[in-house]
Design a protein around this ligand. Structure first.
Ligand SMILES: Cc1cc2nc3c(=O)[nH]c(=O)nc-3n(C[C@H](O)[C@H](O)[C@H](O)COP(=O)(O)OP(=O)(O)OC[C@H]3O[C@@H](n4cnc5c(N)ncnc54)[C@H](O)[C@@H]3O)c2cc1C
Length: 385
């Protein structure tokens, strides 16, 4: 493997760096200082301004084709962009569940009409997508989803409840799994539906997280009529009753490459090393160096993954190993920072303390780490159930 970047790739990196630095400063100035968290109402609208700025500059979804609002960049360039994005200190993407989770499945399973109708509006942050999978009685065991969709003339009637819907109270659309064959069991009989949240009969109720931000919502469906043409190109993604396969492809993007690129952790690791320069003893510094190396290792492993994807492979069960790596690394990086800061971390309400709180959810969302270990044991290593 050749690990050097080409002249064109270095030029792409320089262009991204210059644009991000200039625009981040302008956006912060427009917000009148440090913007609020994107998981609060006030912060979300500030972050939409950032998202639209990214889109206008052609940086919202760099690896997508130009006709869908992207820049036609390679996956390698996307990795470079992500590195620069986090190095500059740009904010988490409030559009991530659309752009990084749903969109790869729209490219893989969507019709030409769905791709044309959905992707560009998603990149432009005109339509804001949330993920409607978890239910009060279906989390790790996603195949026990009980929300129903009944086929009627011209559409579907939805009943049931979703929960833990990230930023659901601020979004316009939901992608979700619904049981469309009431006699079916488990993975069969599920359909992947695309639902505008202003559909009559859909109620969205936001609720607070442990860190105080209103980052979650519950979504209720009461005899909600979802017309076939409520979303351009149709509301079913993939085949009716073939929703499980589409959902597993989305999960591959969530756990594997796109949701949490190495750039995010490389930047955190660099900030951790900077923190070590005037704090900490030899033990803490050794822990920081080891965590920094694990961030570098994730970068190298991702380069190998991108090489396979560029050759046509699909993210498979190996995505579970990636998810274990990034989620545990994030906790580790933040724990070391808190140990370095001591009581200062909490007294000053530092970004490290907030980041640590969020890092604790990494082993839960995108499928818990216990479940990822089961998948890795059975489907990667071939161990018995
Ligand atoms: C920050 C955050 C954002 C989220 N965003 C979304 C979202 O946008 N959309 C959405 O649909 N969901 C979202 N979720 C929900 C998330 O997907 C679920 O929390 C997760 O799948 C676990 O489900 P559960 O909470 O019902 O826990 P449970 O499934 O009840 O699990 C409880 C515990 O039991 C363990 N466990 C369960 N089954 C097994 C098993 N077979 N073997 C070993 N251990 C097991 C689990 O690992 C866990 O520790 C989010 C969660 C978080 C924390």
């Amino acid at each position: 493997m050749d690990l050097t970047w080409s002249t064109d790739e270095e030029a792409f990196r320089a262009e991204a760096r210059a644009w991000l630095e200039a625009n981040l400063a302008e956006w912060r100035a427009e917000c009148g200082g440090e913007p609020a968290s994107g998981d609060t109402r006030e912060g979300f609208s500030q972050h939409l301004e950032w998202e639209r700025r990214l889109f206008d500059g052609g940086w919202a979804a760099v690896s997508w084709p130009v006709e869908h609002g992207g820049r036609g960049a390679s996956l390698w360039e996307w990795l470079l962009f992500e590195e620069e994005y986090y190095r500059a200190g740009c904010p988490p993407r409030v559009t991530q569940n659309g752009i990084f989770l749903l969109a790869p499945s729209i490219f893989e399973f969507g019709t030409v009409e769905q791709q044309a109708g959905i992707l560009r509006r998603m990149a432009a942050a005109e339509d804001l997508w949330c993920q409607g999978w978890s239910e009060p009685n279906a989390g790790s065991d996603l195949a026990s989803v009980a929300s129903k969709a009944r086929r009627v003339d011209g559409g579907w009637v939805l009943d049931g409840q979703k929960t833990w819907t990230t930023r659901g109270a601020f979004c316009t659309h939901l992608f979700g799994l619904f049981r469309t064959d009431p006699d079916s069991a488990r993975h069969k009989g599920l359909t992947y539906l695309l639902v505008p949240l202003d559909t009559p009969g859909v109620t969205v109720r936001g609720f607070g997280r442990l860190d105080g931000d209103e980052g979650f919502a519950e979504v209720f469906f009461d005899d909600a009529f979802l017309a076939d043409d409520a979303v351009a190109g149709g509301v079913v993604l993939g085949q009716p009753e073939g929703g499980w396969a589409v959902a597993m492809a989305t999960a591959g993007s969530e756990r594997g490459l796109t949701l949490r690129s190495p750039g995010r952790f490389l930047a955190t690791a660099e900030r951790l090393l900077a923190l070590c320069r005037d704090r900490g003893d030899a033990v803490l510094r050794r822990r920081a160096a080891a965590a920094w190396m694990r961030a570098e290792a994730y970068q190298l492993q991702t380069l190998a993954t991108v090489t396979k994807l560029a050759a046509g492979a699909k993210p498979g069960a190996e995505a579970s190993l990636t998810k274990l790596w990034w989620s545990e690394l994030d906790v580790e990086l933040h724990e070391i920072a808190l140990d370095l800061l001591g009581p200062d971390a909490e007294l000053a309400e530092s970004a490290w303390a907030k980041g640590w709180q969020f890092s604790l959810s990494g082993p839960i969302y995108a499928g818990t780490n216990e479940i990822q270990r089961n998948i890795a044991a059975e489907r990667v290593l071939g161990l018995p159930r």
